[in-house]
Design a binder for this molecule. Structure first.
Ligand code: NAP
Length: 253
């Protein structure tokens, strides 16, 4: 049985296919459009390749769109959409209204990250829908939004995920320049960020400012580092990065 179809078989499609298998699904439950890495994914993961985009729509009820934002509208134009279809666009910054050529299909947006490949993608979804939440939960926790503006804001998280890697890199680099073996430095840095994220996510009722205060003992090393970051404007720089990513997304739509 086909679980979902995909139009666009590039990087993101690869992460989602891996995530589907990671969650116990089978490759042949996924039907992909025939361009990009489709043939390689068929060979490596056993996904089925449709003859064209129209065949993806004709043979599936749920279609994920994973082409570059500039190609989104053209990719869904003229396909045999019906009221039974749900189109889930994963294209950053492409508004639901830009995909109206797929109506009568019901149109949704979702923003998974590469960690979908290991079932760890916090995925924003707009608008909420139980069936789609169940599907996306295979790739990690789902955050449904009823407001498209809020979804856009949450989608900046896709970029934050990238910057977290930059912070891990800086930390690991510093560890190694101080003499730690590079592999240990990288794993240690990654595990520190993982621990901070997990500890915070597991206590949603505790404000993060409170957690931070409890960690920054007066006169201690955490406080010393936080002060150094503040003195150099790191907090303002981080907010500027969020705003820049949001603006980039807005200018695409
Ligand atoms: N990469 C991520 O981590 C990530 C995360 C969240 C959201 N996204 C979103 O996902 C989308 C895809 O990103 P990506 O990184 O996977 O890009 P990508 O690697 O460039 O893949 C896009 C694929 O779409 C194919 N394509 C273009 N037009 C098509 C059409 N009309 N019909 C069928 N296939 C078509 C391309 O095929 P050809 O190679 O043959 O042109 C290419 O293989 C983007 O909109 C991005 O905003 C990506």
């Amino acid at each position: 049985m086909t679980a979902f179809g995909m139009i666009g078989a590039g990087h993101l499609a690869g992460f989602l296919i891996k995530g589907w298998l990671h969650a116990g699904g089978a490759g042949d439950e996924i039907l992909v459009s025939p361009r990009g890495q489709a043939a390689a994914y068929a060979k490596q993961f056993g996904v089925r390749v449709a003859s064209d985009n129209a065949a993806v729509v004709a043979q599936t009820k749920t279609v994920l769109l994973a082409v570059r934002p500039a190609h989104a509208a053209a990719a869904v134009q003229g396909l045999p959409w019906s009221g039974k279809h749900r189109l889930i666009s994963l294209c950053a910054g492409v508004a639901v209204s830009e995909l109206s050529m797929a109506v009568p299909a019901r149109i949704h947006r979702a923003m998974p990250i590469a960690a979908a490949a290991i079932g760890q993608s916090p995925t924003a979804l707009y608008p909420p829908n139980d069936e789609i939440e169940t599907l996306l939960s295979r790739f990690g926790p789902v955050f449904p939004f009823s407001n498209e503006g809020h979804f856009n804001t949450a989608s900046v998280g896709g970029a934050v995920y990238g910057w977290a890697h930059a912070l891990i890199l800086e930390t690991a680099d510093w560890f190694s320049t101080q003499g730690l073996p590079p592999e240990t430095a990288q794993t240690l840095a990654a595990r520190l960020f993982e621990a901070a994220g997990m500890a915070t996510a597991e206590r949603p009722e505790t404000p993060i400012a409170e957690v931070l205060q409890s960690l920054a003992t007066p006169g201690g090393i955490t406080e010393a580092g936080l002060n150094a970051l503040k003195d150099r404007g790191a907090d303002a720089a981080w907010r500027a990065a969020c705003a820049a990513a949001a603006e980039k997304m807005r200018s695409r739509s």
